[in-house]
Design a protein around this ligand. Sequence first.
Ligand code: ZN
Length: 392
Amino acid sequence: MPAPQALDPQDLLHRLTDATPAMVTDLERLVRAESPSLDGDALSTCRTVLAEIGTRLLGTAPTILPNDPGNGRPGGLLWQLGPADTQPVLLLGHFDTVFPKGTLKHRPFLVEGTRATGPGVFDMKAGLIQGLYAVAQLRELTGQDPAVALLATADEEIGSPAGGRVVTQWARQCRAALVLEGAADGGGLKHARKGWSFYDIRVKGIAAHAGLEPDKGRNALSDLAKIIVALESLAAQDDRITLTPTLASAGTTQNTVPDRAQVTVDVRVPDIRTQQEIDTALHRVVAETARLPFEITGGPNRPPLEQARAADLLVTARTCLDELGLPWPGSAAVGGISDGNLCAAAGTPTLDGLGAVGGGPHADHEWTDVTHMPQRAALVALMVERLGAAAR
Ligand SMILES: [Zn+2]
């Protein structure tokens, strides 16, 4: 490669803006490779498409990560660029989506005006394309590979059973994590995400005929109902905590005292201390309220992405947007989780929501504004360059 060149932010943005039609074409290819998290064949096809696009743009093929040993589903992709002795910046995304195969038939990839629609267009295939174009443009403009690890996992939407370990491992090795998940409403960056815990609570009762001898039964459903009411008080003192019973089942027939009852509880918390406190309190409240034998499984799944981890990167983002002549889109704390939570928990400075600008994640009206694709790619590219320069 030729000698390194200084980077001109305006030139970067112009070139990426010129590349918008190519970005949209690649986005279409990626969206048309449907990739629901539980469909191994579809994931593997989508991974091939992503690998082809990235190899063309970055000039090098990715490492294909091992299959999930538990179920054999495909692993993700990793491009590791730049000098081996420089700590890279992690660009993080996932190519699985929540939409079942066949969604394309009634919701094909379309661009109308500035809006692209299609399954996974916002969460988060546009973000992946933007990340690849950002790195490609940096290579072209500076004449060298930036120190970057670009990781695309295949199981984020189902809680990252295999990808999570890889994310944590790479986050630990990187100076910062830029997460290419879709932006908050209006394009806002995401400087904090709540932590997520979930619990399955099962109560065991004794079955009996509800008409003939109900007194011989022990009603697991009634016991569980009291537990649920008691648990809801845990979130009542602090509006940053939510505790939501989501799935429940009980009983066997309409005229039998239920001998079993089960509920799943979804808990969102603002910080790690609260996550631990709620965990302890939940076990205590169930034990104090239950009159019948019970069992609790589950617990904290994702630690929070705490604001302190994003603070320095927010400043970097703001400076880079100024240099690009782009407006500050604001930043938000959100309830949803991403693999960014894992990066922050690994102790790595993490900023999320750097991907697509649009809306409707997981919904049929999901959309991405294509005019923001080059702007976001330019922001990511300039942040990578500035973070790398700070390291030299
Ligand atoms: Zn996502």
